[in-house]
Design a protein around this ligand. Structure first.
Ligand code: PFF
Length: 342
């Protein structure tokens, strides 16, 4: 069990807040016309994401097992087909598969902490920053090493269990993450001189650029960012103390997650605009465009390092939730210790 409702909120918000918010949301907003995408995203979070989040927490709390067994028990209890179990299987498997690329990108972010601190991006041109990134991601040894480091961190946390591992991690990392984000928004607002432009890009919809595809992208992002459909939230719900309000808790988690995505946009877009760069750079926005911007700014070396520390923290508190359903299932099913299951 989580030791309190607050701990559950921190853990679930930790799962929700991740690469999806800091890396995914800004680049998708940048590619899909800013304000319109943000509006569609907010609508999807409120109308689709939040109800499913509530449902997953409730099911997890009702079953009190790993998501696979929970689906089996709930189907049996309500006289429904045993095939509903498949949902549990698909979730745990999808979480495991997502982790296989999530760990790679988180490894990139970890590597960038060192590169930023080293001053590798100070004064770089666009071509130089792109070369640094492309050389790095086409070097299997470096990429696999960083992914391995990240996965070892993830595994060592889940191995320690709910109260000693998961809870201790989110208890320290989540407040730190919010603090870093506030510092970075302040830096972006005070030093770029383009804060209002960033704000305008995110909040004034340019209807011309709205398309069915941007709506689908916004909906996919809403699912991903709230960690839905993977059993992660169901697994965390299983450790939730009885009696706390699920609707209130889920709303808090969705609000925290959305705030982090919007604040990440407010860190990134002013920096990008202040340096005359393109907001529509796609997945490279965080690994090429942003380092160029930090490389041009006063204090960019320090704040750029802090930025990638922030991304790494956010990724760790999500990856542990991607591994949790599988670890809980293996542990309960094979009756082994969590350490071995992890
Ligand atoms: N919500 C996480 C993010 O936005 O980065 C990613 C994620 C975590 C997706 C856990 C699914 C999940 F089960």
């Amino acid at each position: 069990m989580w030791s309190s409702r607050l701990m559950f909120i921190l853990a679930a918000a930790g799962s929700a807040v991740g690469l999806g918010n800091i890396w995914g949301f800004p680049y998708l907003a940048g590619e899909n016309g800013g304000g319109v995408f943000v509006l569609a995203y907010l609508a999807c979070i409120a109308l689709i994401g939040l109800p499913i989040l509530i449902a997953e927490i409730l099911m997890g709390r009702a079953g009190r097992q790993n998501p696979i067994t929970t689906m089996k028990l709930l189907a049996r209890a309500s006289g429904a087909s045993q095939f509903w179990q498949i949902i549990g299987w698909m979730g745990a498997l999808a979480g495991f598969m997502i982790l296989s690329f999530y760990g790679v990108i988180a490894g990139w972010a970890m590597a960038y902490v060192g590169d930023m601190a080293n001053g590798d991006f100070v004064g770089v041109t666009g071509t130089e920053a792109a070369t640094v990134f492309e050389t790095f991601i086409s070097d299997p040894v470096r990429v696999i090493t960083w992914q391995t480091v990240f996965m070892l961190v993830t595994i060592s946390i889940t191995a320690r269990g709910v109260s000693q591992g998961l809870e201790k991690t989110v208890q320290y990392l989540m407040p730190l993450l919010f603090l870093l984000l506030v510092i970075l928004v302040g830096y972006s607002a005070l030093t770029t001189g383009h804060f209002l432009e960033g704000l305008g890009f995110m909040f004034s919809p340019d209807w011309e650029s709205f398309s069915g595809d941007s709506f689908i992208a916004a909906m996919g992002q809403a699912f991903f960012t709230l960690s839905l459909g993977m059993g992660a939230i169901m697994a965390y719900g299983a450790y939730m103390p009885a009696g706390s309000s699920v609707v209130g808790t889920a709303t808090t988690i969705a609000v925290l997650d959305t705030s982090v995505a919007l604040m990440s946009g407010l860190v990134i877009f002013p920096l990008v605009f202040a340096n005359g760069l393109e907001s529509s750079a796609g997945p490279g926005l965080m690994f090429i465009t942003l380092p160029i911007a930090f490389g041009q700014m006063a204090g960019g070396q320090i704040f750029g390092t802090l930025f990638f520390v922030l991304v790494t923290f956010a990724a760790v508190t999500s990856s542990i939730s991607l591994l949790e359903p599988a670890v809980a299932w293996v542990g309960e099913r094979l009756n082994t210790s969590r350490a071995k299951a992890s």
